[in-house]
Design a binder for this molecule. Structure first.
Ligand SMILES: *Cc1c(COP(=O)(O)O)cnc(C)c1O
Length: 418
């Protein structure tokens, strides 16, 4: 579904003009389309309907309460990685029986809260963590549920900063350690270990890494069965790609067609943890041209958004399509689109051919709904941007722009300086 489209040269989000939202709410600004979010969730749900997976939205991709609520109300669960995400999910009434908790560094406090909340299971990333969960569950007189996060040692062929499933990465447990743990799982009296989990990376555009990984897991399950070790859940993780530039991402149907037979072969209950696939194309980042600069060598469009608002271009070498909010007949020019921050890495695009733009015109940086606002910071004492959700012809601010007061909250000059 295309919820960001031009009508009479004006870019719309659903039925609202983006220019109107930017004029009212100011820039820089994130805008999310409710219907795109839901549509992408349903694409996965329908593609995988044969195996009825629990679809746990990876909250770290976009943790705004409005986004979480939209998806939870459609039946989504949550894949969480921190106490903060757990509390946000619970605040919008997530079903604890659909919450899974990954993270290589769960603290005691996080484990306690998850146990009290009675989440579906912990995705355990090491033996010491498993021992710690067992200790805490014992002290709380509870029984935890856990899946072992397996590191299948498969290269997901994506950007190195978002590859997670090789033994060079800190994530998960190698097969041999996992086998040892499962052989003596009865020693962990307060943890029911009944699942396997993998998450091999993000923005994975080919299916082979999934197929290799699942086949490795199938072989492992066979070994476990021969030792009478039964497993109930297989959590495939996330990583499904979206189209940023070329249409190289697989559709939900293509992914399902390739892997559903393998998932069925496991005979287990399946969990999926898509993040980017659901939220990525449901959001844009809108920024305003402040200055045009030509140093004789290069042309720069200096905009009011910066790398502190959207770090993906500089952190992951990510390409984001950039389009004008109002199409004009101005001639195209080759420009670098850069922000105001004192870093050379503060750019959104380099050598990009764009419609010629003037001061105070808005542009939309597309596919910014995942790993956008959530990775923003206050670097250079800049308040984080506002976030807006659009549904049909309605829109509302779902996160206020940060003010100077927010920026100095909690800061104080010590008495010995006064
Ligand atoms: C980040 C993450 C996801 C989501 O990844 P996407 O590429 O956004 O789908 C899922 N599971 C785990 C454990 C993660 O860390």
């Amino acid at each position: 579904m295309h919820c960001f489209q031009y009508k009479k040269n004006q870019l719309y989000c659903e039925n609202v003009r983006i220019q109107k939202i930017a004029d009212e709410c100011g820039t820089p600004l994130y805008i999310y389309s409710y219907h795109t979010l839901i549509d992408h969730f349903n694409k996965i749900k329908n593609a995988f309907k044969k195996i009825k997976p629990i679809i746990c939205f990876a909250a770290k991709a976009n943790d705004n309460l409005a986004v979480l609520k939209s998806l939870i109300d459609q039946g989504a669960g949550c894949d969480i990685v921190s106490e903060g995400e757990l509390r946000k999910a619970m605040k919008v009434n997530a079903d604890p029986a659909k919450i899974v908790f990954a993270s290589v560094g769960k603290t005691d406090q996080e484990i306690e809260l998850a146990l009290r909340t009675d989440i579906l299971f912990f995705n355990v990333e090491s033996l010491p963590e498993l021992e710690q969960i067992n200790r805490i569950a014992k002290s709380m007189k509870k029984r935890a549920r856990a899946a072992l996060r397996i590191n299948p040692d498969v290269d997901a062929a994506t950007h190195q900063r978002i590859t997670t499933g090789t033994l060079k990465n800190k994530f998960g447990i190698d097969f041999s350690t996992a086998r040892d743990i499962l052989r003596q799982r009865d020693c962990f009296s307060f943890v029911q270990i009944n699942g396997l989990h993998i998450h091999i990376g993000s923005q994975i555009t080919t299916l082979d890494p999934y197929i290799f990984s699942i086949k490795k897991v199938l072989k492992f399950l066979e070994e476990l069965r021969s030792e009478n070790i039964d497993i109930e859940y297989f959590d495939l993780g996330g990583g499904f790609a979206i189209n940023y530039k070329d249409s190289d991402a697989k559709t939900a149907d293509e992914i399902a067609e390739a892997i559903v037979p393998l998932l069925q072969e496991t005979g287990l209950k399946i969990i999926l943890e898509p993040g980017r696939f659901i939220a990525g194309n449901a959001g844009v980042f809108v920024t305003k041209v402040l200055y045009l600069k030509d140093n004789g060598f290069k042309k720069f469009l200096i905009v009011d958004g910066g790398m502190n608002d959207l770090i993906r271009p500089t952190l992951y070498d990510a390409y984001h399509e950039i389009v004008p909010v109002q199409r004009t007949t101005a001639e195209s020019v080759k420009v670098d689109v850069v922000g105001p921050i004192c870093e050379s890495g503060d750019y959104f695009a380099k050598d990009r051919i764009l419609q010629g733009m003037k001061k105070n015109e808005f542009m939309a940086i597309m596919s910014a709904g995942a790993y956008g606002y959530v990775m923003s910071s206050n670097y250079n004492v800049r308040g984080r941007p506002a976030e807006v959700m659009v549904k049909g012809n309605k829109f509302e601010v779902i996160k206020e722009r940060e003010t100077f007061k927010d920026l100095i909250r909690g800061e104080r000059v010590p008495s010995f300086l006064s």
